[in-house]
Design a protein around this ligand. Structure first.
Ligand SMILES: Cc1ncc(COP(=O)(O)O)c(C=O)c1O
Length: 399
């Protein structure tokens, strides 16, 4: 039996990563596809201790009861302290909202700003989950060119003038998928230009704490001159994605719109999860956790880079990230990484083909590799298999 679905469902196809992740649930496949933290980086003991204390202590009743949509005030206080470390200062309680993961922040910002036919500007390539979200609101997604330094400011201005966008979405630090970080100069230029055009910006920052080399760059929000930047940071990659906790801070009016839409979505984020993150922050565990996990991820990144140098064809061009979870690469223009994917799976290795990150269906010769989840041994084996496949392809094409 077929049902009569809403018109918007015609614009939403299954996310490519969902399909890829299904395939890679097979433990015999070495997956460089997802953005999952390593299992040995999840803080089982601390979260266990905190949960026990919370459920047996004086806050238990509040935690198991309904609460306000914006989130537990004490959790927001702790999170406001936490975002100061990214340079995001002078935030009041009413300028903050706890969300059920960064993904919800993206969804609600799109819901708040995008009507059918409105334009969302994104970096090209962008975090792939933004594309189906925008499609669900029947919005038009336009990619802005970018380079090592950040967004191409001239292109950004041209696209603001041409499309009159309602929202700009960016991941300025250790971007997903490119791993790149916008310079401070580029951030200032984005802040000034978007303020001039009164264009709201969603700065999505799940990765900046995972810096293993290079110099700290303050958040785009820290140079916000028009109060038009909403800063969103998630605890998924540094504490646990299963807890589903993120926080958004920014313009009071925008935060209150997010609150109204969140009310309809899930009433509020799980109190237990909020309180776990709050206590984790208050106890100072986050710094210890970062001290533990950043060297682990750096070692895995180094391991993947050395495997790239050992096994990948010289045509594979990549940029080495200073943090985050991903390496982004490109092959010769005639290699289609999506078409190649089933052959990679047959050789028991997975990646995310790059075209799914582009707003304009380009990037067919690109791919994203995640280094955080696999063990160093499996990184070596998987990259060997992938390198052999790509070399064979390139040789075959040259014949
Ligand atoms: C750039 C970016 N934003 C948001 C998310 C969603 O994360 P979560 O909803 O777990 O916070 C991810 C996850 O991979 C991401 O890479």
């Amino acid at each position: 039996m077929s049902f009569n679905y809403s018109e918007r469902m015609n614009h939403i196809s299954g996310s490519a990563t969902r399909e890829i992740l299904k395939l890679t649930a097979d433990p015999t496949i070495i997956s460089f596809a997802g953005g999952l933290p390593a299992a040995d980086c999840l803080p089982f003991d601390k979260v266990g201790e905190i949960s026990d204390e919370l459920l047996r202590g004086g806050r238990a009743e509040k935690i198991l009861q309904y609460g306000i949509t914006q989130g537990l005030p004490s959790a927001r206080e702790a999170m406001i302290e936490y975002v100061k470390k990214a340079g995001v200062k002078n935030i009041t309680l009413e300028q903050s909202i706890v969300l059920s993961g960064g993904q919800q922040g993206i969804d609600l910002m799109c819901k708040v700003f995008l009507s059918k036919g409105d334009t969302l500007l994104v970096e090209n390539p962008t975090y792939l989950a933004v594309l189906p979200i925008a499609a669900a609101y029947e919005a038009n997604v336009v990619g802005v060119n970018s380079g090592e330094d950040g967004l191409d400011i001239q292109d950004l201005e041209a696209k603001i003038n041409e499309y009159k966008p309602k929202l700009l979405y960016v991941v300025p630090t250790f971007s997903n998928p490119t791993g790149r970080t916008y310079s401070l100069r580029n951030r200032i230029a984005i802040a000034c230009l978007t303020a001039k055009h009164k264009l709201p910006v969603l700065e999505d920052d799940p990765y900046s704490k995972l810096r293993f080399e290079g110099e700290y760059v303050p958040a785009l929000k820290s140079v916000d001159v028009g109060d038009n930047v909403v800063y969103l940071t998630s605890f998924s990659k540094i504490v646990s994605p299963g807890l589903r906790v993120a926080v958004a801070v920014g313009n009071k009016e925008i935060i209150s719109k997010l609150e109204i839409t969140k009310q309809g979505a899930d009433v509020h984020t799980s109190h237990l999860s909020q309180a776990i993150v709050e206590e984790y922050l208050r106890a100072g565990y986050i710094d210890k956790q970062l001290k533990k996990i950043t060297p682990i991820y750096k070692a895995k990144k180094d391991c993947m880079i050395s495997a790239i140098n050992k096994y990948m064809p010289e045509e594979f061009k990549y940029s080495e990230p200073q943090g985050g979870l991903f390496i982004w690469g490109a092959l010769n223009a005639d290699i289609d990484t999506e078409k190649l994917f089933p052959e990679a799976i047959a050789r028991k290795v997975a990646y995310v083909y790059g075209n799914v990150f582009f707003a304009d269906d380009s990037g067919h010769n690109t791919l994203r590799l995640n280094f955080s989840n696999a063990t160093p041994e499996r990184i070596d084996i998987g990259m060997h298999a992938l390198g052999d496949l790509l070399k064979e392809k390139i040789k075959g094409d040259a014949r």
